[in-house]
Design a protein around this ligand. Structure first.
Ligand code: TYD
Length: 232
């Protein structure tokens, strides 16, 4: 008698509808691109405009996410193979989405997040060679299909990012930052490819522009989205 096997593949979750009136904005880019500065500038400007803003980062944003952050970024935990690395980032992201981002969006806040799924697709999928599609699938599952309304990509060349980090981080590079320039060059290409595949949901800016000029461009795009009703 032939045995009936169920198809072991789970259906791909469709991107979830955004829960409620919040707006979800993500900053992406290579190390040293200036994302944290721009995320802070956007949060300040939106706050001044009367929005309730949640500024957060990945990996991190929850107690378990901060522990995972230290496990995956700090030196001294022994070798971390690429699959383990991808799963640690995805686990931190799952907690962040479930415990922090979804509730904030449901209550109408603007969530400004430093890094999200694209960082895993670029660094683990392409940089580490795990495959962009597999890493994307893992992260779709981890995030319940939640995608940002807008991703701001601050584009920086590997050598420029390294130069900017050397000035910023007197304390030394984390495990990922310490990778050679060709790793960061692959990641940069991956970020640009993701943006090119879905231009409506991305704002790509040259990270070498002035801080004020970048902040003004980002705010203009986000304000435009809000007044066009996104997240409302
Ligand atoms: P972080 O200190 O946040 O760097 P930055 O200030 O440049 O954003 O460190 C995050 C590091 O982890 C950074 O090198 C990118 C890497 N990373 C991944 O490899 N995959 C991911 O999914 C995320 C979120 C970060």
């Amino acid at each position: 008698m032939s045995q009936q096997h169920e198809d072991p593949r789970t259906p791909e979750p469709s991107p979830s509808a955004h829960p409620g009136p919040g707006l979800f904005v993500v900053f992406e880019g290579g190390d040293g691109a200036g994302k944290s500065t721009q995320a802070a500038r956007l949060a300040e400007a939106l706050d001044a405009a009367g929005e309730t803003v949640l500024q957060t980062r990945e990996p991190g944003g929850t107690p378990i996410g901060e522990k995972l952050r230290s496990l995956v970024l700090d030196h001294g935990h022994g070798p971390v193979d690429p699959r383990t690395e991808a799963l640690l980032f995805a686990a931190a992201r799952a907690a962040h989405v479930e415990q922090v981002i979804l509730p904030a969006l449901a209550s109408g806040q603007v969530v400004v997040c430093d890094r999200y799924i694209d960082s895993s697709v670029a660094y683990q999928g392409v940089g580490r060679g795990l495959g962009a599609e597999d890493v994307l699938g893992l992260n779709r599952w981890a995030t319940q299909g939640l995608l940002p309304h807008l991703t701001v990509l601050l584009d920086v060349a590997a050598e420029d990012g390294r130069r900017r980090r050397t000035v910023r981080d007197a304390g030394g590079a984390d495990r990922l930052e310490a990778e050679p320039d060709d790793f960061h060059t692959r990641n940069r290409r991956a970020f640009l490819d993701l943006a090119a595949a879905d231009p409506e949901r991305y704002l790509v800016l040259d990270a070498g522009l002035g801080v004020d000029e970048l902040a003004a461009s980002v705010l203009a795009r986000v304000s435009g989205l809000r007044s066009a009703g996104a997240g409302a």
